[in-house]
Design a protein. Sequence first.
Length: 484
Amino acid sequence: MSVTATDRDRTFFGQPRPLATLFGVELWERFSFYGMQGILLIYLYYSAADGGLGIREETATSIVGAYGGAVYLSTILGAWLADRLLGSERVLFLSAVLVMCGHIALAVLPGLPGVGVGLVLIAVGSGGVKANATSLVGTLYAAGDERRDAGFSLFYLGINLGALAGPLLTGLLQQNAGFHLGFALAAVGMAVGLAQYAFGRRRLPASANEVPNPLPARARTGVAVAAAAVVALVVVLAVTGVLAADRLSTIVVVLSAAAAACYFVVILSSRRITGEERRRVLAFVPMFLASAAFWSLYQQQFTVVTVYSDQRLDREILGWEMPVSWVQSINPVFIILLSGVFAALWTRLGTRQPSTPIKFAAGTAVMGVAFLLFLPLAGGGPNSAPLLALTGILLVFTVAELLLSPVGLSLATKLAPRVFHTQMVALFFLSVALGTALSGTLAGYYSADWETPYFGILGVIAIVLGAALALGARPISRLMGGVR
């Protein structure tokens, strides 16, 4: 099916109509993802008497950080399958099926086997959904279409509608009926997303099923053998204890950094990209580093901020104690309120809006400021941190996120060489993988007694990195070759 000029009319909040299909599947995938993640950490470290697994807190945060990093690391696999074998649309659908199966495993399999099987399936599936949904949004816009950043901001709104509802509902179920019913609700949410996507996928452009760089038939057997060998190696390492739970996040940090370095080398050395495309990929390097630093702080919502909410936050409201997972819904509320404001701002400014390097610099620095805002609350005892104060800090998290994250998704599609379109999106997600895994590693250094140096040092480092990127904005913009 080809997309005509009529199809591209502003029929979905001023954006191409197929955006609605991608908006919907990502909303429900995020509902299931954040609903499960809202209760995952406390499931790991709560005692058996409270329905949890009783794992040490530092090990639990390492698992959560590694899992979050693996989600974004898996975008490489999803992007490769799309670019070399199946096309983005087919990979998106199959990945969503894997996500649903993973949530079912968490819901029905008890103990660590359920955690292992469920998190692996969800990580691999979510990686495929992320890389390909984002790539497909990029195909809806012609080069130079000023609606692109606004469209990605709207797409980001769908993500956060799901992220808002998921922790609220799974948290209520967990508190009143147990963890496994909370995980089951996440599975139901993904099933709803699959159903709506199955009806709407025909509206996507024909390019959604194109395989831009097909793998030769003679190479497929070798790839299958290599994939089987990797799976077998991972199983052996897990069984022998090399992949110990308390260092999983550090392992994912190393893998993410190595994968990113290899990706940059492969793309930059390819004979199939032009000189202009190569310069644009080089311009992406400092943005990649800033993004990794940003996400290493931002993703601590699921490690340090969750522990903080459980142990330090006063969650009592009129005599009722709010579920821990509900804190994860504060950020999506602000995203929903502000994403339209940012989309309208970028649309109204048009060519006068700040360059992407400046947006990245601002997002990184503002994230540092958010960490410094924890300092006045440092050193208190249990239930000493006011809910209103944490809400204000998460508002600053949100402003930083809107300056960098949707803009980063858009940038990856704009700077991508033609033959590495989806894989360039995966490269952006590798920066998120690196940062997310780092959030789990860094969380091992957090404690209530060490809050001042923890938040202070990380906040200052982020501000310095943001300032350095701002100073380099002009030469980076020149390498981008007219892409803003």
